[in-house]
Design a protein around this ligand. Structure first.
Ligand code: NAX
Length: 328
């Protein structure tokens, strides 16, 4: 048996945490031969519920689960971790502007970035799920300058999966037939699901679905607004699909990407595709030997370029709104 790795999860008593943790404890994230110690972090009001989650984890008697710690202390929570899943954040309330939300959550991610830098194991990787996830990740990364920038990620996988499902449904094929689905930009309703470079059964999507108005209109809008549709139908936001996407993100970052395919995750732009350096932007990504790289050279027509630019502009606006939280 391998040595156990320590994994921190913030917002662990929330609904995504509840769907995620049993799967993490049962080996579905880090592998069937990788023991884990879960370091579960909540704010004080969430600690009672978190104790309940910890009791349920104990009752699972998961063979790979070597320890459960619950804490509201970031230094304890991030102690010696090799992965951090930052899920906890404050939800947007009625009357709250985006700027207000960015300010409130931004402060949380300053402290978390600093605490990860001081306590995590060398080689730590961080996936931010809590919204606005791209800019929260940007803030944490900038407040942890000792951690290389290629270790920071924000989640776009739920959008990727939503886009794949819509395309499969339209083409009348199983979801597994859809590949090469990149989500560019911000995890918001400006994101661009890149149907032009996606494939169904190995063929370009526009060839299999020659309905351009649907691809440019209803398809993109359905993916962009899926989160709101779920809230309307369920009365609360996506939970197990989000947990599943977080699991798939970690798996895709820790295993080699099948040749010719890619997955979607937001990472620190190196200026590829003329996207401003330093932004945490959704890209097509390929992983090899635990390293994630942006897939180069994908073509974009004017429609696609304009959509990517719009989402990148929003990321730049968000960065400007939190400038006071980014050390020079
Ligand atoms: P919940 O409200 O069910 O749970 C959030 C938990 O975080 C609560 O238990 C709360 O006490 C805790 N929390 C708040 N501030 C914290 C802090 N500073 N440190 C530690 N814990 C803290 O939300 P849930 O449905 O689990 O969603 C969590 C986050 O994921 C939200 O920000 C949500 O917007 C975001 N999402 C992101 C998605 C993505 O694709 N990137 C999709 C799903 C989801 O909407």
């Amino acid at each position: 048996m391998k040595k156990a790795i320590r994994v921190a999860v913030t917002g662990a008593a929330g609904q995504i945490g509840y769907s995620l943790l049993p799967r993490m404890a049962s080996g579905q994230v880090f592998g069937a031969d990788q023991p884990v110690i879960l370091q579960l972090i909540e704010i004080e009001p969430g600690m009672a519920a978190l104790q309940g989650v910890a009791l349920e984890l104990q009752d699972g008697a998961f063979p790979l689960l070597e320890g459960i710690e619950t804490t509201s202390d970031l230094h304890r929570g991030f102690d010696r971790i090799t992965w951090a899943l930052l899920i906890g954040s404050v939800p947007r309330k009625a009357g709250m502007e985006r700027k207000d939300l960015l300010g409130i959550n931004g402060k949380i991610f300053v402290g978390q970035g600093q605490a990860i830098e001081s306590n995590a194991a060398a080689g730590v990787r961080i996936l931010v799920v809590g919204n606005p996830c791209n800019t929260n990740c940007l803030i944490a990364m900038n407040n942890a300058p000792a951690i290389p920038r290629d270790r920071w990620f924000a989640m776009m996988r739920l959008d990727e999966n939503r886009a794949k499902a819509q395309l499969a449904q339209k083409a009348g094929v199983p979801w597994r037939e859809v590949s090469n689905m990149a989500i560019w930009g911000n995890h918001s309703n400006t994101q661009f699901p890149d149907f032009g470079n996606a494939r169904i059964g190995g063929r370009p999507v526009p060839e299999v679905i020659p309905d351009r108005p649907w691809l440019e209109g209803e398809f993109i809008q359905t993916v962009q607004e899926r989160g709101a549709a779920i809230i309307k139908a369920r009365g609360s936001s996506s939970a197990f699909s989000a947990a599943h996407a977080a699991i798939e993100t970690v798996r895709s970052l820790t295993t080699d990407t099948p040749p010719g395919d890619w997955h979607s995750v937001a990472l620190c732009s190196d200026g590829s595709y003329r996207i401003a350096e330093g932004l945490i932007c959704g890209f097509p990504v390929s992983s090899k030997d635990q390293k994630a790289s942006i897939v180069p050279g994908l073509p974009h027509d004017d429609f696609a370029r304009e959509r990517i630019d719009k989402s990148v502009r929003e990321l730049q606006e968000e960065r400007a709104m939190v400038a006071d939280l980014l050390p020079p």
